[in-house]
Design a protein. Structure first.
Length: 277
């Protein structure tokens, strides 16, 4: 009989482990979240109790289990064109500043999860190019990063089921940017896929290998971190942006008290931050 209960000691040990490994801060009473995310791993790793699973996870030699646990705790299904306004601002205000540029316009989606955000960015660029052919002679390069290798493989595969496809995607965009894929799923068309590359990155680590960017999307990510880690991540993003580069945060996130190196640009609707020169 599998036991999905988690005693307080195991929960507190797991909270410490998760914060050290990937910066995510669990509250005092989030046992239910740990149970729902980790319970499916009990059978896979042949562990009888959730507390035993947590105990094994704390062992440095359990690399495969650790990777599966971090995957389970950091994976968030997301929407296409989430909140709409960042993608409208991208098309109407930000991208026009880069038209005619001979070098690539570089955009980073800093927590690409299941791929909806970087692919939504690519679709926005393609929609702009339909009205302004040849707008970007140097092209547009989009990089999606995530801590989870499992999710990155999902992103690269670019297939979505009928439930995932309807969340935030209009019928017109579905028709224009998707085609029938494997097993009744929908596949992102090659014209979208070829604009996006995916790489594994832990936001707590170094960003030096991914280069510099003109625009960064780091949306609905900072909410999981402590103020100290938020400030560290924002400082590193600032260093990764080109002069006068832009940063999008989630609708409920702000830089207040965390970073003074950006100007806040109030748009209608929404907010975007610009790196101070």
């Amino acid at each position: 009989m599998l036991s999905k209960e988690l005693d307080d000691k195991s929960y507190h040990q797991f909270r410490t482990f998760l914060e050290q490994q990937c910066g995510i801060v669990l509250g005092e009473n989030k046992q239910y979240l740990v149970k729902s995310r980790l319970a499916p791993l009990m059978a896979k790793f042949e562990v009888a109790t959730l507390s035993a699973l947590v105990s094994r996870t704390l062992s440095p030699v359990e690399r495969q289990l650790r990777a599966a646990v971090i995957d389970a705790m950091t994976t968030n299904e997301t929407l296409w064109f989430r909140d709409d306004y960042p993608f409208e601002l991208l098309k109407k205000r930000l991208l026009p500043e880069f038209t005619g540029r001979r070098t690539p316009v570089k955009i980073w989606s800093a927590a690409s999860s299941s791929g909806q955000e970087p692919y939504s960015i690519a679709m926005s660029v393609l929609e702009m190019q339909q009205t302004q052919p040849g707008a970007f002679p140097g092209g547009v390069q989009i990089v999606g990063t995530d801590i989870s290798n499992t999710m990155l493989e999902h992103c690269k595969y670019g297939h979505y089921d009928s439930l995932a496809i309807v969340r935030g995607l209009s019928a017109e965009r579905k028709r224009q940017f998707f085609e029938p894929g494997d097993n009744g799923m929908y596949k992102v068309k090659d014209q979208v896929k070829k604009m996006v590359s995916f790489r594994q990155l832990n936001l707590l680590g170094s960003y030096s290998l991914i280069g510099r960017f003109d625009i960064v999307f780091c949306r609905n990510v900072l909410i999981y971190f402590s103020p100290e880690i938020k400030a560290k991540i924002l400082g590193q993003i600032h260093s990764s942006l080109n002069n006068k580069g832009y940063l999008f945060l989630g609708a409920s996130e702000s830089l207040s008290g965390l970073n003074q190196d950006f100007d806040m640009l109030r748009c209608n609707p929404g907010i975007v931050y610009q790196k101070k020169t």
